[in-house]
Design a protein around this ligand. Sequence first.
Ligand code: GSH
Length: 224
Amino acid sequence: MKLYYHPVSTTSRPIMLFARENGIDLKYQLVDLTTGEHMGEDYAAINPNRQVPVLEDGDFRLTESSAILKYLADKFDSPTYPKDLKKRARVNQVMDWLNSNLYKDWGYGLIYPQLFPHHKRPTEEIQAGCIDWARGKSRIWLEVLDQHIIGPENNYLCGNEITIADFFGAPMISLGETIKCDFSPYANISRWLGKMKSLNNWDAVNEIFYGMVKSLQEASFESI
Ligand SMILES: N[C@@H](CCC(=O)N[C@@H](CS)C(=O)NCC(=O)O)C(=O)O
């Protein structure tokens, strides 16, 4: 199987982490987002969304990091995507929530417009309005994540067992480190993220991402 990816990508890192933690052998094909390789016609023929990741399993091609995690977990019969109807529904719920509620405002509203020129809004006024809106929404989502999805009792997002929702969510939350988000007011998020960071392969998978975080240390950002 081949994964088209970029090492700092919020949606590639979950697949890389899941594969490494589960001994899944992937061939890694770098798509250089920094040179705009993903915008070219060659890559558009692979993924017309012009985004990473894409998984290829023989002649089967799959986009959407959430769907890729589910596919790999099922293919390798992983307990991280439970078969029990209600447990599986809970994992699906949390992954949909991360994708459609959190990531939209957190990634595309608050963080990417500050990191990547092609996500910057066309005027300073629109940029400021976008960030202000997304920061307010992100605070609400982080509160929900902290108090209701994790809460004081759970070790993981869907209870006390690690699931693919955790693999999906942890890189997404760690993205906040690029703009120096302080998660200490969110005690449950901090505790959960700490657990995810202690996975055997977290450091190796996130090495280049943390290189980027380091390179941004002197820059100033609108944070949470
Ligand atoms: N819904 C997609 C989103 C993928 C996505 O946001 N990919 C980003 C990297 S994290 C990307 O390829 N961005 C290209 C760009 O910014 O132009 C998924 O979950 O796979």
